[in-house]
Design a protein around this ligand. Structure first.
Ligand code: HSE
Length: 308
């Protein structure tokens, strides 16, 4: 069995408009790289961390916390784990930076151990990293990072996560205005109550989106990519949100919304050509209003964390 593994830990888009805390999807070309190795010295250590200014102490690092949760579940651990993290995903960008580190770690350790844990167990370990990062053990970024494609957290208690059919024509465009929004802060602005009227619209859209994905009905996907509940409150935290969203839809996107807790804005399009046009339209908005940005155009990744 190998003692060291190199992996690509993908970025993810959580919520996907109508599915706050339950829907997520996995990106293909945006992500971190990591090296995880087994060592004789027991315990978990973060041995390298490049690309972002994040804590290296094991118990303050999401990868460290996820790894510790995993090792605690093993009856007789007689080895340790070292983790090198090379961050390409910016923290606080809304495309699952912490989730990539947690998910990458647990998938890699599982491979080093001969895959004793199920994807659901891996998600539970990785959720400990999310709890450290945002105060809430949400699974809508770690689930797609671990399982690939679209995922649905049908229930948190007990945890029940479902892989959803992911049409291969779907391409994501994500623009990241260069501000940091902490998930914890972006959750704090949300109201605790939802009106029945809004809830009815929202669960209609969740069902419509899932059905549209399975039947590859792009019009239905498009009609369902709306968020009645969270987006109106969070949009005010994001410069030019309405303009970027409208421009992406005018350029041909099926739908657009806040990626995870923001500030990134995503759009889903049918085909690469449209996704690239959407990217130009989004960029034009930020060029006009003078906001610096990063932009990504990515197909969806059907398998999640990859060995490289
Ligand atoms: N569902 C989470 C939220 C995702 O929107 O707060 C955070 O990336």
């Amino acid at each position: 069995m190998k003692n060291e593994i190199n992996i690509f830990a993908p970025a993810t888009i959580a919520n996907v408009s109508c599915g706050f805390d339950v829907l997520g999807l996995c990106l293909d070309t945006v992500g971190d790289t990591m090296t995880i190795r087994k060592t004789n010295e027991k315990g978990v250590r973060i041995t390298k961390l490049t690309g972002q200014d994040l804590p290296m102490e094991t118990e303050k690092n999401v990868a460290g916390v996820a790894a510790m949760a995993m090792l605690e579940a093993l009856p007789e651990v007689d080895f340790g784990i070292e983790i090198d993290i090379h961050k390409k995903i910016k923290a606080g960008s809304g495309i699952g930076s912490s989730a990539a580190s947690s998910a990458g770690t647990v998938v890699a350790i599982n491979k080093l151990l001969g895959e004793p844990f199920t994807p659901l167990q891996l998600i539970q370990f990785a959720m400990q990293g999310e709890k450290l990062a945002s105060g809430t053990a949400h699974a809508d970024n770690v689930a797609p990072a671990i399982m690939g494609g679209f995922t649905l957290v049908r229930s948190y208690d007990p945890l029940d996560v479902i892989s959803i059919h992911t049409p291969s024509d779907l391409v994501a465009t994500v623009i990241h205005p260069q501000i940091e929004v902490k998930t914890e802060d972006s959750r704090a602005v949300l109201k605790g109550q939802v009106s029945l009227k809004k809830a009815i619209k929202q669960w209609g859209n969740v069902g419509g989106l899932i059905s549209g994905l399975y039947t590859e009905d792009y019009d239905l996907i498009s009609r369902s990519l709306h968020d009645e509940i969270v987006e109106p409150t969070r949009a005010i935290l994001i410069p030019g949100f309405d303009q970027v969203k409208n421009a992406s839809i005018e350029a041909g996107a099926l739908g657009s919304g806040i990626s995870g807790s923001g500030p990134s804005i995503f759009a889903l399009s049918r085909g690469m050509e449209t996704a690239k046009k959407v990217a130009v339209a989004m960029e034009d908005v930020y060029k006009n209003i003078g906001v610096d940005y990063d932009i990504h155009v990515s197909e969806l990744n059907p398998i999640g964390v990859k060995t490289i």
